[in-house]
Write a protein that binds this ligand. Structure first.
Ligand SMILES: [Mg+2]
Length: 325
């Protein structure tokens, strides 16, 4: 159980990963120089997102399974946010040679089970292993479209603004980790089973470590006529600002739907889907109305008809120094 990747070597580590990664859905899956995917239509949706030990996860808080799950989930969310169905992940894993093989195996389990739970039919179809002092998981996700993609730029004045998924839950989990699971020097401390946590706290912690973005709702929103869409990765106000700016509208958010969720406006990492729909259309199941798009005004986003306070979300460069504590 204590084997490291340095002791086993690339070939055996890869064999162990492939044994756990799940069944390929591709014409040619892992094992050759590249995968071959059969795709309907003429357009592929592609995105990449990297998790770096330090800014994006801490090994004291996240298991290998958690890291694999999250790396899959955040990429699947970006595919879904285009209105597309995820079909394949490519995973580049760089790690120190003293990384336990058990950690890597758990990471493969997390990748597989996140795909199975969030985007059935999507699987890891290839990747790369490399050595580095910093553990990094870089995932490329591919997807296909059943209709035109839904961009950030399509919102029009009068559209309903709606959200599918959690807002602020993962951020409460992160706050809990920073507040209660660090030592006197600020270093992360593992969350043990006997930690005195309420059910709500356990849920928030689980959502921070293993987010559940509503992947199937991306294509559903597209089919229902969504005019604009994106996933909320950095905070609702910050991401709504991006959508509003791209669309040339003002997004007016009502806080009433978020009563009892203190970090709903600023918390990222739930990867909820923020979408706009024509005013007359029925919202697809799973979406709830949170506001409306208006003619562009002095502020791209209003919260309860007022300009929001602060930056409203997470910036990986500006905020990481502060978070490092
Ligand atoms: Mg995104």
């Amino acid at each position: 159980m204590d084997d490291t990747v340095g002791q086993l070597g690339e070939r055996e580590v890869l064999r162990r990963i492939l044994a756990r990664i799940g069944r390929s859905a591709a014409e040619v899956g892992p094992g050759d120089d590249a995968a071959v995917l059969a795709v309907p239509g003429e357009r592929i949706v592609a995105t990449t997102d990297t998790l770096v030990h330090g800014p994006d996860f801490r090994l004291a808080w996240s298991s290998g399974y958690d890291v694999g799950w999250k790396a899959a989930a955040v990429n699947l969310a970006d595919i879904a946010a285009m209105g597309a169905r995820p079909t394949a992940l490519l995973v580049a894993l760089t790690m120190p040679d003293d990384t336990p093989v058990a950690f890597v195996e758990a990471l493969a389990d997390g990748l597989r089970e996140a795909c199975a739970a969030l985007a059935p039919g999507c699987a890891v179809e290839g990747g790369d292993l490399a050595a580095s002092d910093t553990l990094t998981v870089a995932v490329t996700a591919l997807g296909v479209l059943d209709q035109d993609p839904v961009l950030r730029s399509g919102a029009r004045a009068g559209d309903v603004v709606a959200l599918a998924g959690d807002a602020g839950v993962a951020a409460r989990g992160l706050q809990l980790l920073f507040d209660r699971f660090r030592d006197a020097d600020g270093a992360p401390v593992a969350v043990t089973d006997d930690a005195a946590l309420t059910d709500a706290e356990r849920t928030a912690l689980a959502r921070q470590l293993r987010p559940h973005p509503p992947i199937a709702h991306g294509p559903l929103a597209a089919a229902a006529g969504a005019t604009a869409m994106m996933d909320v990765s950095d905070g609702l106000v910050l991401d709504a600002t991006r959508l509003a700016t791209a669309s040339g509208v003002t997004v007016s958010i009502d806080t009433a739907p978020f009563a009892g969720e203190p970090l709903a406006l600023t918390g990222g990492e739930d990867h909820a889907l923020l979408a706009t729909f024509p005013a007359e259309s029925a919202l697809p199941d799973g979406f709830r109305r949170i506001g409306e798009a208006r003619m562009a005004g002095a502020h791209p986003v209003l919260v309860d008809r007022e300009p929001p306070v602060g930056r409203g979300g997470w910036d990986p460069y500006a905020d990481w120094d502060a978070a490092r504590g």
